[in-house]
Design a protein around this ligand. Structure first.
Ligand code: ZN
Length: 195
């Protein structure tokens, strides 16, 4: 039954397969309920990873890779710690997952990531043949899964990953907002000290 705002909250929106990014409405069912529960479970794990990144002063982005209901990789951003611009959560998770699989292809694997992957990570997603990418917050500044560009679903490449965004979006973007606000405050403090 539609709610007071006219929206039917028992339905969930998901992107249809293919590259046109059209949304299709899935009818409310037990199956949908369990899909939403599962997406939340893995995204919560990715958020826990992002929190670990924040604790060590890294931009809070976390990622897990799941296959057949098992988490086979979990990682968070480590670019500062490792002095490595490629040490994004997704790259580290893909490396772990491939090691776990004993194969460079991650066919049948799904990725859950708190922030929309950048061009480098979206490229790695294509190379790894990740099946589906679940995204928390979109990144209008550097996202390569539909925001700035869409590498993960580029028609000319030989693999396209399914994309579903907006999973626990509020929690994911709030972590980033808080992190950058604290960092700005710290940097302001430093400038004040130098006066
Ligand atoms: Zn990246």
């Amino acid at each position: 039954m539609p709610a007071a705002d006219g929206k039917n909250h028992n339905n969930i929106l998901t992107k249809s397969e293919g590259s046109d990014n059209r949304f299709i409405l899935l009818k409310s069912s037990k199956k949908c309920g369990s899909i939403v529960k599962r997406m939340k479970k893995y995204m919560e794990e990715a958020i826990r990873q992002a929190a670990l990144a924040a604790q060590s002063g890294e931009v809070p982005v976390g990622c897990v890779i799941e296959k057949d209901g098992e988490i086979i990789a979990r990682a968070h951003n480590l670019t500062e710690t490792m002095n490595d611009p490629t040490a994004h959560a997704e790259i580290l998770a893909i490396r772990q997952a491939a090691k776990h699989q004993g194969w460079q292809r991650l066919t049948g694997c799904n990725m859950y990531v708190t922030l929309e992957p950048c061009a480098m990570c979206a490229g790695a997603i294509v190379w790894a043949r990740i099946e589906k990418v679940y995204i928390g917050a979109m990144d209008p500044k550097a996202g390569a899964c539909g925001s700035v560009m869409n590498i993960a679903q580029n028609e000319k490449l030989n693999h396209r990953a399914e994309i579903e965004s907006g999973i626990m979006e509020e929690e994911c973007s709030e972590m980033l907002r808080r992190f950058f606000a604290q960092r700005r405050k710290k940097n302001l403090g430093k400038t004040e000290d130098n006066k």
